[in-house]
Write a protein that binds this ligand. Structure first.
Ligand SMILES: [Zn+2]
Length: 201
């Protein structure tokens, strides 16, 4: 759009790369930012800058973190014997919203999807087994989604951990087939966690 000043054009182009934001929405957002008091754009740019400089991933669970430990791993009141494996950070946040889970997490950052070329090496699995031993984990709750890929990932984990002597459980039904944890209400998700059942390899 040559009619716009380059700074606005550039901002709109960057916003258009966000998921669910088309070119028109991006331009609208850019104009919205422009119309806000000037402090807003400055604060926004500082927040974005902070993403690049101070936010990384937790060495242990792969949740976002400032520093080596995330807020969950760094909280001594969390139960380290209970570990919940989730696909992504939005799922972790959904479980946190239930307020019922006091253990720790392991974020895979994906699910097994052979057709899309996603195998075990693409998931953040490398430190999982060593973590179980180090932290004295007694139960692993597999909370991947209930679709085909989530179930395949659960089965893979069941096989991977079969000989560790670990209690392995799967979140209960009540979550619709194919359901992403992120979109399930906190009560249903809390019940699914409470009603978890043994997961066999
Ligand atoms: Zn962590």
């Amino acid at each position: 759009m040559p009619t716009l000043p380059p700074a606005l054009d550039k901002l709109a182009a960057l916003l258009a790369r966000l998921p669910g934001i088309g070119e028109r929405s991006a331009t609208r957002l850019a104009f919205h930012i422009l119309s806000e008091p000037r402090g807003y754009a400055t604060e926004l740019s500082r927040a974005l800058d902070g993403l690049g400089t101070s936010v990384g991933f937790c060495d242990d669970c792969h949740m976002v973190a400032e520093g080596a430990d995330c807020k969950v791993c760094g909280d001594p009141s969390r139960d380290s014997t209970l570990l919940c494996v989730v696909e992504g950070i939005p799922d972790l946040l959904a479980i946190e919203r239930t307020g019922t889970f006091r253990g720790r997490y392991h974020v895979l950052h994906g699910v097994l999807a052979p057709l899309k070329g996603v195998g075990p090496t693409q998931l953040r699995l490398g430190n999982l087994t060593s973590r179980l031993e180090r932290d004295g984990v007694e139960e692993v709750i597999v909370a991947t989604s209930t679709g085909v890929e989530g179930e395949a990932t659960a089965l893979y984990l069941a096989r991977l951990l079969a000989n560790t002597g670990m209690r392995l459980t799967r979140i209960a039904t009540g979550i619709p087939h194919g359901g992403d944890l992120e979109y399930i209400d906190a009560t249903t998700l809390g019940r699914a966690l409470d009603g978890r059942r043994p997961l066999d390899a």
